[in-house]
Design a protein around this ligand. Structure first.
Ligand code: HEM
Length: 528
């Protein structure tokens, strides 16, 4: 079922009217006035003062003065590419999403890879999580899969995200360190936050220093829902599997590369695409029947847990190929606005409290970052289908809406958008039954912070385990406050005593006797 023309390069066509090629053209001002001299300002006499009258100078300088926009509050450093997604087999059994049902369609995509903590100009090789965000320009609107290269996250509840980011970003007094986790505020927070234990194992592993964006997995992290045409829902975890396999560099190499070529990943991605060596990833799904919601010893709504592939295999359902570099970094890679709330019929959310908070955060931050409510009109963000609704006006509005009515219902009519019924493909939220008390608590099914951290550590080969020990020793060795190092050992000992002992040895400390309590959970709550 397709609601609009096939997206045969639909995004390229959609971008075409906005592309400017100036070669050989007459230079003119923003109002179209031909410019005769762009090199000399208007002066009183050949050695005299510059004149306020010089509107050509003022236009050029004013635009330059306002060229910068705020960088992303997280994931500021990134690189993007265009591509296509092609489905292997129809998934009607699980979802009615059009782009997951038609194997003939090539859905255009734009992917942005990123680091999280560093600023726009920071090194690509920092020890950090990597973002892996994909915008699918489908015939039913944009679907954004805003994932990371690790399958879990540091926290279980979005309300802690500002704390996490304040802790990981450079310290507020001296803005040190840039793009590194080796500092007191980060480890202070982590050592007080046992729920981050699993993610910390990933962040201290080789996964945090990928060899290339082309050799990185991607994960949607949260459990999402797929809904089929009959309204039946399944839980789903999204994966990207790179066809080149997963590869990392060693920490010494990472530090060397950071010094010699901080653009290493950006350059690698660009050069690979320029030379026709297109990066490829398969979309993988772990599908969990709704009946199995409570089958596991972890909660599917807990983003600090993964679903082991031994329990639910990853089925590969389609291929993403990155085949075109952007024409303009700012217009495309910088101005793209991803949001996990950009879904299409057949894909829906769950009550994961991290996911739920993200649904608020992305548009909210983009209103500031991209200067007001019309950023969806920026070419890279436009869907390939036309947009018709009653939203109007605001800074930098581009669309010229005809007619008098921008309200619904109305009787004057003329140019009114019609609602699409569910049966015709309109989006309807999944009708989940909720019976609950309103309260600020976390279910006890979220309380086991260490089993999967241990599972991950034990899944590593001996050299990989050594890398984790070395990374923790290096990072904690930079922490000035000894009590934080000790408290962190108290977390590690609950993951694996051998690991904790080796790190303690590296730091010249003893393993602490007292184990920390979980600071994030209200002690007086009824977790039932
Ligand atoms: C970017 C918030 C968790 C992946 C961002 C941005 C914000 C944000 C404000 C900047 C967006 C922009 O300026 O356009 C949050 C909050 C989270 C959270 C509040 C938790 C409560 C996560 C998780 C993942 C993730 C769990 C991975 C599954 C990303 C990616 C980007 C991003 C990939 C960069 C998108 C791009 O390339 O433009 N996040 N985030 N975030 N976030 Fe999150």
């Amino acid at each position: 079922k397709q609601l609009a023309p096939q997206p045969e390069n639909a995004k390229t066509q959609n971008l075409a009217p906005h592309i400017a090629d100036a070669a050989g053209e007459q230079m003119n001002t923003n109002t179209g006035l031909p410019i005769n001299d762009d090199q000399n300002s208007l002066k009183a006499g050949d050695r005299g003062p510059s004149l306020l009258e010089d509107f050509l100078f003022r236009e050029k300088m004013t635009h330059f003065d306002h060229e910068r926009i705020p960088e992303r509050v997280v994931h500021a450093r990134g690189s993007g590419a265009h591509g296509i997604f092609k489905l292997y087999k129809p998934l009607a059994e699980y979802t009615k999403a059009a782009f997951l049902n038609d194997t003939e369609v090539e859905t255009p995509v734009f992917v942005r890879f990123s680091t999280v903590a560093g600023s726009r100009g920071s090194t690509d090789l920092a020890r950090d999580v990597r973002g892996f965000a994909t915008k699918f320009y489908t015939t039913e609107g944009n679907f954004d899969l805003v994932g990371n290269n690790m399958p879990v996250f540091f926290i279980q509840d979005a309300i802690k995200f500002p704390d996490l980011i304040h802790a990981v970003k450079p310290e507020p007094d001296n803005e040190i360190p840039q793009a590194a986790s080796a500092h007191d505020t980060f480890w202070d927070f982590i050592s007080l936050m046992p729920e981050s234990a699993h993610m910390i194992m990933w962040a201290m592993s080789d996964r945090a220093i990928p060899r290339s964006y082309r050799m990185m997995e991607g994960f949607g992290v949260h459990t999402f829902r797929l809904i089929n045409a009959e309204g039946k829902a399944s839980f789903v975890k999204f994966h990207w599997k790179p066809l080149l396999g997963v590869h990392s560099v060693a920490w010494d190499e990472a530090q060397n590369i950071s010094g010699k070529d901080p653009d290493f990943h950006r350059r690698d991605l660009w050069d690979a695409i320029e030379s026709g060596n297109f990066p490829e990833y398969e979309l993988g799904l772990q599908i969990i029947p709704e009946e199995d919601e409570f089958k596991y010893d972890f909660d599917l709504l807990d983003s600090t847990k993964l679903v082991p592939e031994e329990l639910v295999p990853v089925e590969r359902v389609g291929k993403l190929t990155l085949n075109r570099n952007p024409d303009n970094f700012f217009a495309e890679t910088e101005q793209i606005a991803y949001h996990i709330g950009h879904v299409v019929p057949g894909i829906d959310f769950t009550n994961d409290p991290l996911l739920q908070g993200r649904l608020f955060s992305y548009t909210d931050t983009q209103l500031t970052r991209l200067g007001g409510p019309n950023f969806q009109e920026i070419p890279i963000n436009r869907p390939i289908v036309p947009v018709h609704n009653n939203q109007r006006d605001g800074f930098m509005r581009q669309t010229i809406n005809r007619g008098k009515t921008s309200y619904n219902p109305n009787s004057l009519g003329g140019n009114d958008p019609q609602q699409v019924k569910e049966s015709a493909g309109g989006f309807v939220s999944y009708r989940e039954r909720i019976e609950a008390r309103k309260e600020r608590l976390r279910n006890k099914s979220f309380f086991d912070h260490f089993s999967q951290a241990r599972l991950f550590f034990n899944s590593q080969s001996d050299p990989e385990k050594n890398h984790i020990v070395d990374a923790l020793t290096f990072e904690l060795g930079k922490v000035k406050t000894i009590a934080i190092r000790e408290r962190m050992l108290g977390i590690l000992v609950q993951i694996d005593k051998g690991l904790a002992t080796q790190v303690a040895y590296g730091l010249g400390l003893h393993l602490p006797e007292v184990l920390p309590t979980n600071q994030s959970i209200p002690a007086d709550g009824d977790p039932a």
